[in-house]
Ligand binder design. Structure first.
Ligand code: SAM
Length: 276
């Protein structure tokens, strides 16, 4: 897989990779300053920046939350196994890099349904010797296909706690979908033992409804579902779980390394919770 900016005509790309329409993983890659995006992705990414001028900083803040949450889960909660749903194009530090910096024996299963993510995952998501990483190409709409996947059962021991990460991914599903995103999350958590965790972020209209509505309109016009959720809706994902401090919080204010100047300048809620 070439690392240069895509032209949309690269013969080495898998025929499954349609570069003529925007893909969420590549739009996000563009905001993060990555090179694995194509004109259609860049066009939508720029339209969304017009809607939300702080968009690039929000994407970076989402990655920063991911690192803080993984550090918390490994360092304070003692987690050694991760199931990362909607991994995205590998962007260092990836989950296993953050986790294995503290606990080299950590095992991580990455899941995404975008073939461009798969193409990079094999090369870039490689574990330290003491731990393990694996990648499953699967759709979150079929949670059973992930839970029953031989790669998952070979990599994770479901008798031991697992942290399920759904960071920046649940907004691609509507409440009317079957399964809906609440059911998807509940299904993924169901076989995990007591002491497992759920960590998530998801965009919200609560902090700036006007800008958020414009971004949703741009995404939907490009064929990408984008469902921002209120705090009450985000709390619903944690039904039956014990939220750790500070509960569902503005993403920038979830256990920040430095207190944020304006916690609501990234339009995302974040939370981490333990399965009792
Ligand atoms: N979790 C990473 C992070 O927070 O930095 C990446 C988030 S990226 C915005 C969302 C990812 O979800 C993309 O890589 C996209 O391909 C993936 N995704 C979207 N819909 C999906 C689905 N139905 N099944 C699996 N992955 C999906």
């Amino acid at each position: 897989m070439p690392q240069g900016q895509g032209t949309g005509t690269d013969p080495e790309l898998s025929p499954e990779i349609n570069t003529n329409v925007a893909h969420s993983a590549r739009v996000y890659d563009y905001w993060l300053g990555g090179k694995d995006n194509f004109p259609a992705d860049r066009e939508l990414a720029e339209l969304m920046i017009q809607a939300i001028p702080n968009m690039r900083a929000m994407a970076a803040a989402n990655r920063a939350f991911l690192s803080r949450a993984v550090r918390y889960l490994v360092g304070e909660a003692g987690i050694r196994q991760f199931l990362d749903l909607g991994t995205g194009i590998p962007t260092s530090p990836n989950v296993h890099e953050v986790a294995q910096a503290t606990a080299p024996d950590t095992r991580v299963v990455y899941v995404d349904n975008d073939p461009i993510v798969l193409a990079h995952a094999r090369a870039l998501l490689t574990s330290q010797d003491a731990g393990e990483t694996a990648f499953i190409m699967a759709d979150l709409r079929q949670p059973g296909s992930i839970l029953d996947h031989p790669t998952l059962t070979a990599t994770l021991d479901l008798r031991q706690p697992v942290a399920v990460l759904a960071v920046g991914v649940l907004m691609y599903f509507r409440d009317s979908d079957r399964p809906n995103p609440f059911e998807m999350v509940a299904t993924m958590l169901a076989p995990m033992p007591s002491g497992s965790y759920l960590a998530l972020t998801t965009p919200t209209p609560d902090f700036n409804p006007e800008e958020t509505a414009k971004a949703v309109a741009a995404a939907e016009a490009a064929g990408i579902t984008l469902v921002p959720r209120s705090k009450a809706e985000v709390e619903r994902f944690f039904t039956g779980l014990e939220l750790v401090d500070p509960g569902v919080a503005p993403m920038l204010a979830w256990r920040p390394d430095e207190p944020p100047a304006d916690p609501e300048s990234a339009y995302y809620w974040a939370g981490v919770a333990r399965k009792p």
